[in-house]
Structures are given as C-alpha cells and as structure tokens.
Design a protein around this ligand. Structure first.
Ligand SMILES: [Fe+2]
Length: 464
C-alpha cells in the first residue's frame, strides 16, 4: 500500500523549502498501471499510434531539501499508449538502478557496474530496438515497453564510460552519434558512433583542460561540436554535501570544438566564446564551410549554490556559427523570449530545417514555470506562442509528424500539462502547424506526472 507522501503537506510558501520539491516538482510515490480510455475533450488524431514515453526525476525517498538537486532524483518513466483515437493505458515505474536498490531495496539491475550509481532520470530514447533510460552520469538502462528495467546497457561490453542523455539518432541510417564526459578522466570527453544494430563503430577521445559538465552536443551530417563551457566540479559544494557538486566559473573561458565525423579527436578545432552555458541544442546542420547550431543559452547558471533554483538567469535561443578559418563562435539571437527544452521533427535532425518547438520558461513565486509553448521559424526568424491559462503548465513538447505531413511542422505536439486546479496531469495534443491555443485533444489523466525533462514518441510499428 502506498505510504502518505510527506511532501504533500509541505508549505509551498516556506522559503526554506527546495523549489524542486514543491507543487508539480514534488515526486509521486505510487507506481501504477491504469487502463483507458480516459476522459477526452476534443478528439485524438487516429494516426497517433504508439507509446509516449517521458522521463524525469522522482526521488523515491524524501530527500534533504538543503542538499537535494533536481538533477539527482531517481528516474521515473511514464508511458502513455495511444491507439485508434484513444488513450489505451498509462503506466509509471521507477528505473531499477543500483542507486534505487541501495535506497529502497529494489532488485539491482543486471549488467556492468558504473563508476557512479546514477539515477537514469533525464531522457528516454528508442535505439537499436531498445528503449533506453538515459542520464549523463552513467550508462543507459534498457527498459521494456512495460517499463521493467532489463539491464544496465553497455552494448555488448563495448561501452565502458558514461553516455550523454542526448544522443542523436539518424532516422535514415538508424545510426547514433553520442558522447560522454567523465569527471574521473582523462580523457574527460569521448565521442562515439553506433551502428543501427547497436554495435559501437568508433570511439575517439578529445582533450579537455579540465572536466566540465557537458549536457548536449551539436551534430550535422558531417561534423559534431562539443561545448567546453565553465560549469566545473566544485570542491566546496562537494564538501557541503551537494548532490550535484558543480558550479559556474565565469573566470574560465568557453570553447566550442568542431570535429569532422570519422576523424580522430586530435583533429578537433576550437572556437572561443565568452563564458555562458548551453544545456540543449535544438538542431545543427552544415552551411558550406560553417557548422550552424541552434542552441538555448544561459548567460550563467549553476551560480546560486545549494537548495535553490538552478541558476540566476533564464535562457534564450541563439544561432551559433563555427566557420572554417575563424577563431571565435559567431552568435546571433533568434528569439529574445525565454524558452527551454527545444525539439524538432526527428526527420530533420542534423539537416537544414525550418521549425523548432520549445517550452516557454519563466519564474514566479520562487519556482520555475512552464507557461506554454513556442514554435520558432528559423528561416523567417519569427515565433508563434501558445500561452496557457494560469492553472496550467506545460514542459517539453514532443513533435510527431502527421501521416500525411510534408513539412517539419505538419504534425502534432504531444504535451503533458499540470492542472493545478485538479492536482493532476493532462495529455494535450496541439496542431503544430496552426499552433492554436485550443488543442485537438485534452485527455484528463487519472494521475499526476511531475515536471520532468525529456520524452519521446515510439510509433507502435517500430517496437511491436
Ligand atoms: Fe536535457
């Protein structure tokens, strides 16, 4: 039987409470499986046939608010099955990591040991016929479509170091480009390419002067770019018990390193940039002798210590150009409104493209807020926004191209929204081309899904 959640009784206006343990950041304690159909306003496009998967932090044991970091909560996956215009089922499960087995005595996963028993809480990807729960601190965890944890995934023993939560999977070739940063290096950074069947094709090491946090990278059809930006290990935070002992150091320079895919790491070219930080890359592509990357940039973050918000600034969308023969990154602002969690149609990843989608992000009452969505046209440099009524908040939208969709905006945005008036969540489906505030469908789920990080949509035909 589920235990009462002590977090339910926390006073949200108590300034001493960690903001990532309040409102819809607070974890759910119950693992459940519910059968649909659920109450629907509007109609679900019948072509949406598959599994919407989301991952996010959900501490299984109530953590110390003084030291808890949003990035450290145990990973919980949520799966929503869509078929024939109905939501057929919902299920959630904590990923059975070794960290979880140590804290609540679940069965430890099979597979190799990791240097850090991480939370597998950041993203979920479908690659080589495997559902993978991802977190940059360690190896992926292989999951079933029913959200059972199969094993720690090392690709038949080929991968022995951490893997990013943001690999790039090419829809045409099925290949995966990925990297991992390793605070226990050197090497502090490795680049990998995997074949479509999951075999590791190449690994190369890249020299960095120090270990830095690298959350995402840029991948075009011919090049990759790595961000050496100054979030660094912080001994003081480690001594104070921080769960993620990294902080921003604006005295250190930033660099972006560009490597031709297939070349060894020593051939990398570094471009200078003022200190800033990028968690997420919307997309990247080749433009002649230039690698273009559309990125979400923080002036600074990880700069406010422990137990509070992630950082002092909110991010905006920029276009970064790294041109052969130049020594600095060329930066332009694409949209000066704050946004996060950018996505595109998978079919245009690493290619010239036109549209990206993202969550609006803001702050109010001491909490991060996700008041709607943005659609940005990178060709015209214009944005459309859906802004939600006050009782609703969104998060990362997932774009799914319509069956007859011809362009990278002809499809749907699949969003999980928190409804404060019900303290429950909705699955909401918007027409991505029109960006009407009135959705195609709003499905009232009988559960609350805490604000998380990343998800994916797996078409049923690809996994059944
Ligand atoms: Fe991320």
């Amino acid at each position: 039987m589920a235990q009462p959640n002590p977090l339910e009784t926390l006073d949200p206006i108590n300034a001493g409470v960690n903001p990532y343990l309040l409102e819809n950041f607070r974890p759910v304690l119950e693992e459940t499986a519910r059968s649909g159909p659920f109450e629907v306003e509007g109609s679900i496009p019948p072509g949406l046939d598959g599994l919407l998967l989301r991952n996010g932090p959900n501490p299984a044991v109530v953590p110390d608010p003084k030291t808890y970091h949003w990035f450290a909560g145990d990973g919980m996956l949520h799966a929503i099955s869509l078929r024939d215009g109905e939501v057929r089922a919902y299920r959630n499960r904590l990923v059975r990591t070794r960290a979880l087995s140590a804290s609540i005595d679940t069965k430890a996963p099979r597979g190799p040991k990791e240097a850090i028993n991480g939370p597998a809480n950041t993203a979920v990807a479908f690659f080589a016929n495997r559902i993978l729960a991802l977190c940059e601190s360690g190896l992926p965890h292989r999951m079933t479509a029913e959200l059972e944890t199969v094993c720690v995934e090392d690709f038949d023993g080929a991968l022995a170091s951490p893997l990013t939560a943001h690999p790039k999977i090419d829809v045409e070739t099925g290949r995966m480009a990925a990297f991992g940063y390793d605070p226990f290096g050197p090497p502090y950074l490795r680049y990998h390419e995997f074949d479509a069947d999951g075999s590791l094709l190449t690994t190369t090491s890249i020299d960095l002067p120090r270990p830095v946090m690298i959350h995402d990278f840029a991948v075009s059809s011919t090049k990759v770019a790595f961000f050496d930006l100054p979030i660094v290990l912080d001994g003081d935070l480690a001594l104070a018990g921080s769960q993620i002992p990294f902080s921003f150091n604006d005295q250190l320079p930033g660099h972006v390193g560009v490597l031709h895919r297939g070349q060894p790491g020593e051939h990398i070219t570094w471009y200078g940039i003022d200190p800033c930080y990028v968690f997420h890359v919307a997309n990247a592509f080749d433009d002649g002798d230039c690698l273009v990357a559309d990125v979400v940039v923080y002036e600074k973050t990880f700069d406010v210590g422990m137990g509070g918000l992630l950082g002092s600034s909110l991010p905006r969308l920029e276009r970064w150009r790294m041109r052969d023969g130049e020594v600095r990154v060329n930066r332009t602002i694409l949209d000066d409104q704050t946004l996060e969690f950018p996505v595109t149609d998978q079919a245009v990843q690493s290619r010239d493209y036109r549209h990206l989608f993202a969550a609006q992000i803001g702050r109010r009452d001491g909490l991060d807020r996700f008041p709607g969505y943005v659609k940005h046209d990178v060709e015209r440099e214009t944005s459309l926004r859906i802004t939600l009524p006050d009782h609703l908040q969104g998060g990362e939208p997932i774009f799914v191209r319509a069956e007859d969709g011809k362009t990278d905006d002809e499809g749907y945005l699949l969003c999980i929204e928190y409804d404060r008036s019900r303290d429950l969540s909705d699955l909401v489906i918007y027409d991505a081309h029109e960006m009407n505030a009135k959705p195609e469908a709003r499905i009232h789920l009988p559960v609350r899904i805490p604000f998380g990080f990343h998800g994916t949509f797996v078409p049923r035909a690809t996994f059944s």
